[in-house]
Write a protein that binds this ligand. Structure first.
Ligand SMILES: Nc1ncnc2c1ncn2[C@@H]1O[C@H](COP(=O)(O)OP(=O)(O)O)[C@@H](O)[C@H]1O
Ligand SMILES: [Mg+2]
Length: 209
């Protein structure tokens, strides 16, 4: 059975959709990966349609979209056919978000290394705790080093929460690749962004063993 990663965070713009797509494509270099879009906004599905026409899309990474009672069924189907399934969730905690978290092996919570993003993560952390799901925070659009980042790292450690040891920086490469229906590992396989993402993927895999 495949592993399910729900990408969740109540804060809009934290990078849920971006990370779901980027992690999925990078992981597709070595495994079978599918995406499930449960955000009614459907950004990931749009990316998937662009991807279908993108000549540089090196791997098949299907994007399914479902909601409501069909979610659990669809997830079971994808788990049976793929090694990893990433779920992109809306910035609300509703019954679909709960279903996604319930079905996940890991809840991945993207955040900018700033207090408001950690505050916004509390709802997701609480829900994951209620469902007894493993969680990992991941810094996105992170400065290489800043006092605030250090402070957040200390706070996360003090609370016994898991932080992915690889942070993703703010890079135009991520946004550009996404706009073309690609991941950075396809758009620029030898860029810093691709190296960073591949390192993040290895760290993510460690959390799933
Ligand atoms: N690491 C990054 N570097 C540059 N731009 C990013 C990065 N992560 C996200 N973005 C951009 O930030 C915006 C919000 O990201 P998105 O994934 O849509 O957030 P969410 O799904 O959490 O609402 C998008 O325009 C996206 O392209
Ligand atoms: Mg989104």
């Amino acid at each position: 059975m495949g592993k399910v990663i729900a990408v969740a965070q109540q804060k809009g713009g934290a990078g849920k959709t971006m990370l779901a797509a980027q992690f999925a494509v990078a992981l597709a270099e070595q495994a079978r990966v599918a995406l499930l879009d449960i955000d009614p906004q459907g950004s990931l599905s749009v990316w998937g349609r662009l991807r279908a026409a993108a000549p540089k899309a090196a791997h098949e990474v299907p994007v399914e979209a479902v909601s409501g009672w069909r979610l659990a069924n669809e997830l079971e189907k994808l788990k049976a056919a793929y090694d990893y399934v990433f779920i992109d969730t809306p910035p609300v905690i509703d019954s679909d978000a709960r279903r996604a978290i319930r079905g996940a092996d890991l809840v991945l919570i993207p955040m900018n290394p700033a207090p408001p993003d950690l505050w916004a993560a509390e709802g997701t952390l609480k829900l994951a705790a209620e469902e007894k799901r493993k969680t990992a925070l991941v810094f996105n659009r992170a400065p290489a080093a800043s006092r605030l980042r250090k402070r957040l790292e200390a706070e996360i450690a003090a609370r016994g929460l898991t932080l992915l040891p690889v942070a993703l920086a703010n890079r135009a490469g991520y946004a550009n690749a996404f706009a073309d229906g690609l991941g950075v590992t396809e758009a620029g396989p030898t860029t810093q962004a691709a190296d960073e993402l591949r390192a993040a993927v290895e760290a993510l895999k460690q959390l799933l063993v």
